[in-house]
Design a protein around this ligand. Sequence first.
Ligand code: SAM
Length: 291
Amino acid sequence: MRAVSSRGAKRPRPHPFLKWAGGKYTKLPALLERLPEGPIDLYVEPFLGGGALFLELARQGRIRRAILNDRNPELVETWQAIAADPDGVYDETQSWYNDEQSYYEVRQAQYDTPNRRAARVLWLNRTCFNGLYRINRSGQFNVPYGHYKKVRFDHANLRAVSKALREADVEIVSDDFEAVLGRAGAGALVYCDPPYWPVSDTAKFTAYDGIPFNADDQRRLDAAFRALESRGARGLLSNACVPATLELYAGLPQARVQMRRSINRKATGRGPVDELLVGTPSLASRFRAAR
Ligand SMILES: C[S@@+](CC[C@H](N)C(=O)[O-])C[C@H]1O[C@@H](n2cnc3c(N)ncnc32)[C@H](O)[C@@H]1O
């Protein structure tokens, strides 16, 4: 997708640089229409992943300050490297051949510079089977080779993402969501997109980093999300629309939205599902006004 600048020249629209399970790029309209309009003093995203909503709000020039967080340190380091040196990261992505032997060498390798480590994450994401990010309990990326003929890296997008991150005052951290939600005070806007409550017993893709996100984590999140309102912060949250989440978030503004997942059911157990959007009470009028 490209945007045209005020001078008429084409400039790339920053968009997720990774294929990420549960990514929200194609679902932005449903999220945007439930958020307040206008500038955002502090934007907090505790489950960053591919960061689709942050990048869109930053492109719109609405974010003054942001705290972006994900528990996955490798993902966070990739965001940090792209913020600091998009050209350096892009150059490193050109280092490897796209063949099976190179894939397993890169998958196994440990590199000693942030740019090369970030390039490895981008490269594995493009060349692995189905763009899946999965690591085992010992922290090793274990997705097989994807056998894709063409592998392309979008240099202009890396620059656009870096610009979006540098134009707003952005802090990118790797912590548990609860610590980050605790920093959202008066005027903050929070978007929570956690690993989803499993839709069925066979759909259990909840471990992005080898550590499952279990029912206790879902309940911790519910409590931390509800606490936002009393501090003057507003919040929007996505989850699977299942009886357990409808019950968990009872009493808060809710909307059921049809979503199609970007990574298919076979690979992740996350096929088309109905999604639940939940808001803090001060977003009730936005939920009522949404189509
Ligand atoms: C559904 S994805 C977010 C997708 C993102 N909104 C996008 O557009 O790509 C959920 C993210 O939560 C992260 N995560 C899992 N458990 C976490 C925790 N306890 N605290 C913070 N992040 C966590 C995962 O690493 C994963 O990147």
